[in-house]
Ligand binder design. Structure first.
Ligand code: BTN
Length: 246
């Protein structure tokens, strides 16, 4: 019996990257002219070429949860994808460590006291007014991998009071993600308040951002009606599409 009705899922002992595999699958389906396919979850025990945001390596030894979810969505949902993913994982993590102060650093790094517990990497392929999306996530459960390009080191669930097995953590995280992510995505603009409630940033806080055009610093002014980061830079209020906090 399929544990998630209507969802294809594949579990691999090892893969280069679940995101790369998902993107290869997506391209193969599109080349075959397939358009309506069920949501698909790919999960691996370890990755040999795990990818992080900003072209960084995502070290993926056994002891973490590494997964990618392929979903066909309306293009209007695309800007909400990163926030919905962060919120779904936030819920999953709290089911495992209810007492932990887990916060979301823009847009969806899971952090505890500034240390990274997990991250999300999204990509998409637009076809008219719909898009195939790949949402990949890695959560540290029993291992704390070295983080590239991060000042502070990682933290794992086992350091936050989680005493269960990797398998138990994986089941809860994947169940919560598969159940909640599509529902959260349907909420559109309502997600902004939910995201702000668990955000690592205070309104007015000074943030430093890497954009496609270079560095920018400004005061955090919340989220735009599309779910994008809003910064006040001098007298100007800027809405940032492709950006990463540093
Ligand atoms: C980040 O830089 O914070 C994003 C990390 C995303 C890592 C996950 S692990 C599963 C999936 N496959 C990858 O190669 N990357 C994502």
């Amino acid at each position: 019996m399929n544990r998630w009705p209507g969802v294809n899922w594949v579990w691999l002992p090892q893969v280069d990257s679940t995101n790369s595999l998902a993107e290869r699958l997506m391209e193969a389906w599109l080349a075959e002219g397939e358009v309506v396919l069920p949501p698909t979850l790919l999960c691996a025990d370890s990755q040999t070429a795990g990818r992080g945001r900003g072209r960084r390596v995502w070290h993926s030894p056994p002891g973490g949860v590494y997964a990618s979810f392929l979903l066909w969505v309306d293009t209007t949902a695309l800007t909400w994808l990163p926030l919905a993913a962060g919120l779904a994982l936030h819920q999953g993590v709290l089911r495992l460590v209810p007492q932990a102060q887990v916060r979301l650093k823009w847009p969806n790094d899971l952090q505890v006291a500034g240390r990274k517990l997990g991250g999300v990497l999204c990509s998409s392929r637009v076809q008219g007014d719909r898009a195939w999306t790949v949402t990949g996530f890695g959560i540290n459960v029993l291992a704390t991998p070295v983080l590239e390009g991060e000042e502070r080191q990682a933290v794992a669930l086992c350091q936050l009071g989680f005493t269960g097995s990797l398998e138990a953590a994986r089941e809860v995280l994947l169940d919560t993600f598969v159940g909640q992510f599509p529902l959260l995505l349907q909420q559109g603009a309502k997600l902004a308040d939910r995201w702000l409630a668990v955000s690592a940033h205070r309104l007015g806080e000074r943030l430093r951002v890497r954009t496609e055009r270079g560095w920018l610093a400004g005061a955090f002014r919340g989220l735009s009606p599309e779910g994008l980061l809003v910064l006040q830079v001098g007298d100007e209020v800027r809405t940032l599409t492709a950006s990463e906090l540093v």
